[in-house]
Design a protein around this ligand. Structure first.
Ligand SMILES: [Zn+2]
Length: 566
């Protein structure tokens, strides 16, 4: 690709409208352009990266035995009504009507459509197993799109679905995808962790996530300092602190004016937050629940959802809290409360703790579990850094992660609701076991930039770089330089070396800055020594800097590319 008289631009200045390093660098380098809230156009260099990532994903999916096809993104809503997922996704999907008032949605994920397609080929157990995938567009109505390409409303996803006769077959299919994912992320050179996670909107038996380590990651990954434990905080089991029972005292109302937060009430009473229990009011549909955790803990909403067996949960509005407690916000407590109380397992071990009194400006002290009724108890808290590891005697610490892939064992949930059945050897109709496997293409691109950049710009790894080589012509008006650069350009193209040729009429400084910003792995500079057929060769990562004569150039470059592709 020649840059002179072509579609190419960069920005010198910081991009204020982006809130992440990767977002800023991708916009500044002209690779992507924001076209709306959570919507981006992928310009030529950016799209080359997307296609390279897709290429690696496609190679490994094919190698793992999956077969590619393509589904529409505009989906009739009937299938999603059958699996009750319109409710599960709620406001998170784009829904629309056609001219005949029939309901559609823009596909957020395609389990339903793949299941009904798979059905066409399934009669008996002999027709199984198989695995289908597509690389296509997905839509989610994110309330707060952010971090460049991390949380967007239209995105490219590889989604694969496996179909098996039984759970043993599903295990085999799952491991094939799981291993293919490791190969994909290893080939791209990402620093990532594999964690157990919540099955969320997919439902099913097991979910694991592939998380690229990055500070802007929205997921908290829990890791152990002495074993290989790795989990999304959503599902990370907590080991309760050891708490010694004290002799139970009589509960006592105390006046705590203007102390509606834990900070205020602990300061007022001069006691550590571990002596307090906070009571938070949540709403699920029309029902309110009070959740109790020790005051230095946070409620884990995913765990509460599971414990209650509900599909959604959000913090109650102030007016609901006031109605439920007859007090201003900040004074909720379990004693005499009329809504169901869900209590954390750790609180059950506490004695003589302090809670809100459901009366403005008052708390109760010396409260014990016998003083109120509760509806359910269980582990409903987030694990904290320094807590004991759930599986060994080590301690946990956190990292932030960007979810780049996920794998689900769905079981027969979708097969049952959509009648995807096969006949076994005894002619019995049995539902098919499904797995679902996603990879976010843009999230890979973004994660690579988050992990590979410096003050000058992006440093692409060779296998997904938009071009392998940047060819910089210092002085286009100098015939020797210009002839040599043209000769190299032709030679590289002939040898299938991917080269971007900066033949613009610009100052050398601008050309160097631009090539560093867009992060091409190898830079060839044609300058003063062109008369001796000598050029400079530099690598973007600073590891190579040497002069090479034209005669050895193609071979030298091919060798570097080859080394870096493996
Ligand atoms: Zn451990």
């Amino acid at each position: 690709m020649r840059l002179n008289k072509n579609f190419f631009y960069t920005f010198r200045e910081d991009v204020k409208s982006e809130d992440s390093t990767s977002g800023k660098l991708l916009v500044r380098s002209g690779m992507i352009k924001k076209t709306g809230n959570g919507l981006y156009s992928y310009h030529p260099l950016g799209y080359r990266i997307i296609r390279k990532i897709e290429g690696i994903v496609r190679e490994e999916m094919d190698r793992a035995g999956a077969t590619e096809l393509i589904m529409p993104s505009l989906l009739p809503e009937d299938y999603y009504i059958k699996t009750e997922r319109l409710d599960v996704f709620g406001k998170g999907i784009f829904r629309l009507k056609d001219r005949f008032n029939r309901g559609y949605l823009l596909g957020p994920t395609h389990e339903e459509l793949f299941a009904v397609s798979a059905k066409e080929a399934i009669q008996s157990y002999k027709d199984l197993p198989f695995n289908l995938y597509q690389i296509g567009r997905k839509y989610r109505d994110e309330p707060r799109p952010r971090y460049g390409l991390i949380r967007i409303r239209e995105f490219i996803m590889k989604d694969a679905y496996s179909f098996d006769v039984d759970l043993a077959g599903l295990d085999v299919a799952y491991m094939k995808m799981f291993n293919a994912y490791k190969i994909i992320f290893d080939r791209i050179g990402l620093n990532y962790k594999i964690v157990t996670a919540d099955t969320g909107a997919m439902g099913g038996i097991l979910s694991e996530e592939f998380q690229a380590i990055a500070d802007i990651g929205e997921d908290t990954i829990v890791l152990c300092d002495s074993c290989s434990y790795a989990s999304n905080i959503e599902v990370s089991a907590c080991v309760d602190d050891d708490i010694e029972k004290e002799e139970e005292l009589e509960k006592e109302e105390i006046y705590t004016p203007n102390a509606g937060t834990i900070e205020e009430v602990t300061a007022l009473m001069g006691l550590p937050s571990s002596k307090f229990v906070k009571t938070l009011i949540y709403k699920s549909g029309d029902n309110l629940y009070a959740c109790m955790v020790r005051a230095d803990r946070d409620v884990n909403e995913t765990k509460v959802v599971k414990l209650l067996g509900v599909t959604e949960l959000e913090m109650a509005e102030a007016e609901d809290v006031i109605a439920a407690t007859n007090a201003k916000v900040g004074y909720a407590g379990p004693v005499g409360l009329k809504i169901p109380v869900v209590i954390d397992s750790e609180v059950l071990k506490m004695s003589n703790f302090i809670v809100g009194a459901n009366k403005s400006d008052y708390h109760f002290k010396n409260v014990n579990v016998k003083d109120f009724e509760y509806f359910k108890s269980g582990d409903i808290k987030n694990i904290k850094e320094g807590d004991r590891c759930p599986i060994c005697s080590g301690h946990v610490f956190f990292k932030k992660g960007i979810e780049i892939g996920n794998t689900f064992k769905l079981g027969d949930k979708y097969a049952k609701s959509l009648d995807v059945l096969y006949k076994d050897a005894n002619n019995q109709l049995i539902p098919v076991q499904m797995g679902s496997y996603g990879i976010g293409i843009e999230r890979i691109m973004t994660s690579v930039v988050e992990q590979n950049n410096d003050k000058d710009g992006i440093i692409w790894p060779m296998n997904i770089a938009p071009f392998q080589v940047a060819l910089v012509l210092i002085d286009g008006s100098n015939k020797e330089q210009s002839d040599l650069a043209e000769k190299i350009y032709a030679e590289f193209n002939k040898n299938k070396i991917e080269v971007i040729f900066d033949d613009r009429d610009e100052r050398p400084g601008i050309k160097f800055k631009d090539m560093d910003l867009i992060g091409i792995p190898i830079k060839i500079t044609v300058g003063k020594k062109a008369d001796k057929s000598i050029v400079e060769l530099n690598s973007r990562d600073g590891k190579i800097s040497e002069e090479v004569s034209f005669d050895n150039l193609t071979e030298t470059v091919q060798k570097i590319i080859e080394e870096r592709l493996t």
